[in-house]
Design a protein around this ligand. Structure first.
Ligand SMILES: Nc1ncnc2c1ncn2[C@@H]1O[C@H](COP(=O)(O)OP(=O)(O)O)[C@@H](O)[C@H]1O
Ligand SMILES: N[C@@H](CCOP(=O)(O)O)C(=O)O
Length: 312
């Protein structure tokens, strides 16, 4: 970033990971956003614009700033401080990738302020290293559906846009930390289960490629890697699966580590599924979410765009 008065925008989508059998490997970007409006300052300062963001430190201890500094340091750069207005539509610890969105925002911040000129692949590599798996991180960087394999040595991710299917989320009113939901997973899996789990993930992807959404939905409910072990933490999952199939939806899976549950439906059936789920779960947020096929986005705002910002 050059001029003192310049203002930049960073916009990062939420994500749903796993989609059933794609544990730690498949993710989809969703149309809920973490946004940062930032400009140069003489010290680091966060100004939260949404309730969720007001719980975090407002100085350089903030996670987004920490990630930005670490990313810049990896390229031998020190970032000059910024004033950051942060808002987010992504609920925390609900399985919609809030932590990955914060990580990707930090990397975008380093990229723009430190003029690192990172490629998407480099952003995703850093994000996956911070997050530990590429499903949420990759979706937030590339948008669309991502399929990845991440190791300490390398991160390979393929991404492609998804169209022609509707996404409905049931978002419970309680948090479930990913760490807690990973602690119930077994250390190893019987060979037969691993084969069945891997086959379900393969068929899921074949179904996506051929737009056979009914098959995709069936595979979402055929996971062997994590959902059977997490079921006790998300007792609402089985009931949602039932309601969605009854109303003609394609299928249902735990969103990330939960507790949010995500269903796919056709355009024709989405209203019926939405209505039925709202009736069954009046205490939870039930809504349709858009698929984001663009991934994270940064821009320098024009004077005109700055004038439209009511918080300035
Ligand atoms: N914008 C943010 N700034 C700082 N920390 C964040 C931010 N967003 C998420 N986090 C951290 O990530 C945690 C949630 O991450 P996690 O348990 O992986 O769930 P999920 O990523 O599904 O929302 C929050 O409790 C918080 O500690
Ligand atoms: N593959 C991870 C995904 C965690 O996603 P989150 O949105 O719950 O952070 C897992 O299933 O643990």
């Amino acid at each position: 970033m050059s001029a003192e008065s310049e203002m930049f925008l960073i916009r990062v989508p939420a994500s749903t990971a796993n989609l059933g059998p794609g544990f730690d490997s498949i993710g989809l970007a969703l149309g809920l956003y973490l946004e940062i409006h930032g400009s140069s300052s003489d010290h680091w300062e966060i100004i939260p614009l949404s309730e969720e963001m007001s719980v975090f430190p407002r100085d350089e201890r903030n996670y987004i700033i920490q990630i930005a500094k670490k990313t810049a340091a990896a390229y031998g750069k020190e970032l000059s401080p910024c004033r950051l207005f942060v808002s987010s539509e992504i609920p925390l610890a609900r399985g919609l990738g809030s932590s990955a969105s914060a990580i990707v925002a930090g990397i975008e911040l380093a990229n723009i302020v430190g003029e690192l000129q990172l490629t998407d692949d480099e952003k995703n590599r850093h994000a996956s290293l911070f997050e530990g798996h590429p499903d949420n991180a990759g979706a937030s960087v590339y948008g669309g559906l991502v399929v990845g394999l991440h190791t300490q040595q390398k991160t390979d991710v393929v991404s492609f846009p998804i169209e022609g299917v509707k996404v409905i989320a049931v978002i419970p009113d309680f948090e479930l930390l990913t760490e807690d939901s990973r602690n119930v997973l077994p250390a190893s899996l019987p060979y037969k289960d691993a084969i069945a789990g891997s086959a379900a993930a393969n068929v899921f992807l074949a179904g996506v490629m051929t737009k056979d959404w009914k098959l995709v939905g069936e595979m979402m409910q055929s996971d062997r890697f994590h959902q059977p072990y997490r079921a006790e933490l998300v007792p609402h999952l089985a009931h949602i699966e039932e309601v969605v199939l009854q109303e003609g939806g394609f299928g249902t899976a735990l969103s990330g580590a939960g507790p949010t549950v995500l269903s796919l439906t056709s355009k024709e059936n989405s209203a019926a599924v939405l209505t039925a789920l709202k009736l069954e779960f009046p205490e939870y947020v039930v809504k349709e979410l858009e698929i984001d096929n663009d991934g994270s986005h940064t821009a320098i705002l024009s004077e005109q765009e700055k004038k439209g910002l009511e918080f300035l």
